[in-house]
Design a binder for this molecule. Sequence first.
Ligand code: ASP
Length: 332
Amino acid sequence: MKTIIFAAVISVFSATALAKAPIGIVIHGGAGTISRDSMNPAQEQAYHAMLAHAVNQGYKVLERGGNSLDAVTAAVTVLEDSPLFNAGKGAVYTFDESHELDASIMDGRNRAAGAVAGVTNVKNPILLARAVMEKSVHVMLAGKGAEQFAKEQQLELVDNNYFNTEFRYEALKRAKQAIAPQPHQAALPYDPAWKMGTVGAVAIDRNGNLAAATSTGGMTAKRYGRIGDAPVIGAGNFADQQCAVSATGHGEFFIRYQVASDICARVKYQQKSAQAAATEVLAELKAVGGDGGVIVVDSKGQLSWVFNTEGMYRARKTEGGEVLSEIFASSH
Ligand code: ASP
């Protein structure tokens, strides 16, 4: 039964028939316990509208000849500005009732990468990750130093309470009740119903170049400066010339199993499609207790999403096609 459900949530969109490199973008807004029962039609509609808006913003960049890096940046910035997703404006609360954001970006052309962890006052962490990649000699900056760099780069800064939302605060209260018996543990108990999430985008441009971007508020009630997989290159985000991946899910597993780079390694060394590789890796992850999902693109322009949870907010657009957005395991 599990296998059947798992197989049902895989979709592949091939654009290989086009002569030039096919352009395309796929985005996600997090995976988890997302069921029809937990959402009313108006909420569902709001998610679809925002997913479509974000994927269109990214696609427009590709359509006018822009590169995949700019496309994923544009899409993720839109998702960060929406309160609906756990990234930027809609970031979850830490145990101490504030917000600490993680993000990363990678350029498949040359494996340039930038990442930030635990930032508290940067409106769009993905723009800071990109600045780290392009304007510093480093790959990952964290905390106060990252914030100082953001200021020097003249990125938009906000008070931490800009990220406050009632909906996420309620989730924190529920999480605290659940972990009350062991308040001092460093390891987070994992309950997908607390609605974690993350946002991400992967894209292929007219020159066949790939890029990946991922941004998150992390996990509700995280503490002790916990950093998830989103800013860890190779775990929650990865891109090379054959394959790009953005992930969402229980970050500790994605770090330990190096999910994003494992998928791309199977593409590179085993000549698998990114979709086939992602399907294998997510099934292996499920077997050891790791919940989540990924979006992937390969150099043939094949865009896919694979997840082992009940749902994942997701959308894609390929050349000549309409935007397709989905939330639940099956669109029917
Ligand atoms: N991967 C994120 C983290 O562990 C959370 C999520 O995607 O649900 O920080």
